[in-house]
Design a protein around this ligand. Structure first.
Ligand code: GLA
Length: 392
């Protein structure tokens, strides 16, 4: 997305806000969507992740309205909602409203939050595994906390966002998405230790580009299956703890040698899940080394290994995602490809030679259509920065 597009959406949101609420917003904030380069389904197991924010963002225009009423307008959904918040009580609404209500309710526990108007718009494709929900909730938290001068530490922003998604929306998501939405920097990936929450920036070479392949498949079972994977990992931890005869907090505490020593005694499905998590977390660290050495061939190889493991061991890929990866890996100039995000549809990413980005993205898109998939599309993503105040 170029600067013009981001200016366009800010203007459009300001206009919508004035149309809806009869005055200008007090603040506009934004937060980015993301791709995850590698380290998939590791965050809720205390492992390593390596996400990159992209230049698609969600914008929240907000202003005080006085009184107890909150009114929110979503540009993408063309829907308006109103609600009040009550301390210690949360009444569920529909999906998109729960995020706003959850943010206002939680922040109200820290410092009183009075009625607000919101107009929210986004260039992050929804339901595509590009973390539109974290971009959305982080931009809301930033707007409300600034407007009411709620002193949040930086780290509290992703933690609150995760809490909202876990408790009020019902997805047991990990910390990765809101973390990168808050802390990302352009031209870098963010290595996050999901256990300690320590992080570091890893430069991405300008010799490569990221191509995002959106399958166009709605992730119908995503929430149920995602929560199920979390549960399976927890069961694996209990099982491994008994078999290895030592206390384990998460799969982070397990090595490959540990796993192999009890392989024969384990349920094959649980073994496969744990095997994915342990090896994937290592791949994330190996990818950091490869990026530091600008060894893009090795980054690509690790991405492909990650995809294969997500497909066979973790069982979260889909025919559409596999098709994108299959197409990409046969093309000269593609370093590697894999599904990104939770899976079950959503998007794949390809790391490609920067000089060939246009030709390769067009070719991948055309070949995907040739395979009979009409709804997918492909775009070149530039890296983005973390959440920010666009206009105060
Ligand atoms: C979703 C979740 C993240 C992470 C990924 C899988 O994007 O929100 O916390 O678990 O799936 O890696």
């Amino acid at each position: 997305m170029d600067a013009v597009m981001s200016e366009d959406i800010k203007k459009e949101l300001g206009r919508l806000y004035r149309e809806e609420f009869g005055k200008s917003p007090d603040i506009i904030t934004s937060a980015p969507g993301r791709i995850n380069l590698i380290g998939e389904h590791t965050d809720y197991n205390g492992g390593f992740v390596l996400p990159v924010a992209i230049d698609r963002r969600t914008y929240t225009a907000a202003g005080r309205r006085g009184g107890d009423l909150f009114i929110a307008f979503s540009k993408e959904l063309s829907k308006k909602t109103s609600f009040e918040i009550q301390p210690g009580k949360f009444e569920h609404s529909n999906f998109w409203v729960n995020y706003i209500k959850g943010a206002c309710s939680l922040l109200n526990e820290l410092k009183p939050v009075k009625g607000l108007n919101f107009a929210i718009g986004s260039t992050v494709p929804r339901g595509s595994g590009l973390s539109s929900s974290a971009a959305y909730v982080v931009s809301i938290i930033e707007a409300v906390s600034r407007l009411y001068e709620i002193p949040l530490k930086d780290i509290e922003v992703p933690l609150l966002a995760q809490h909202i998604e876990n408790e009020f929306v019902g997805v047991q998501s990990g910390i990765m998405d809101p973390f990168v939405a808050k802390f990302a920097r352009v031209n870098t990936a963010l290595l996050v230790d999901a256990r300690s929450l320590e992080y570091k920036y890893v430069p991405i070479s300008d010799k490569c580009s990221l191509v995002v392949c959106v399958t166009g498949v709605k992730r119908a079972l995503a929430t149920t299956e995602y929560n199920k994977r979390r549960q399976q990992c927890q069961t694996a931890v209990t099982d491994l703890s008994a078999k290895l005869q030592r206390p384990l907090v998460s799969l982070r505490d397990v090595t490959i040698d540990d796993l192999q020593s009890v392989k024969e005694e384990m349920d094959p499905m649980l073994y496969a899940r744990a095997f994915h998590v342990v090896t994937e977390s290592q791949r994330a660290l190996q990818t950091v080394d490869a990026l530091n050495k600008e060894d893009l061939g090795l980054v690509g190889k690790l991405m492909l290994e990650s995809h294969m493991s997500l497909r066979s061991n973790y069982d979260v890929s889909s025919p559409e995602l596999d098709t994108f990866v299959e197409i990409a890996e046969q093309l000269e100039g593609v370093y590697g490809a894999r599904m990104t995000g939770a899976g079950f549809g959503g998007s794949a990413i390809c790391l490609v030679d920067a000089d060939l980005e246009d030709e390769l993205s067009a070719e991948i898109a055309a070949k995907y259509k040739d395979r009979g998939y009409e709804d997918g599309y492909v775009f070149i993503a530039r890296t983005g920065g973390g959440s920010q105040i666009e206009r105060a």
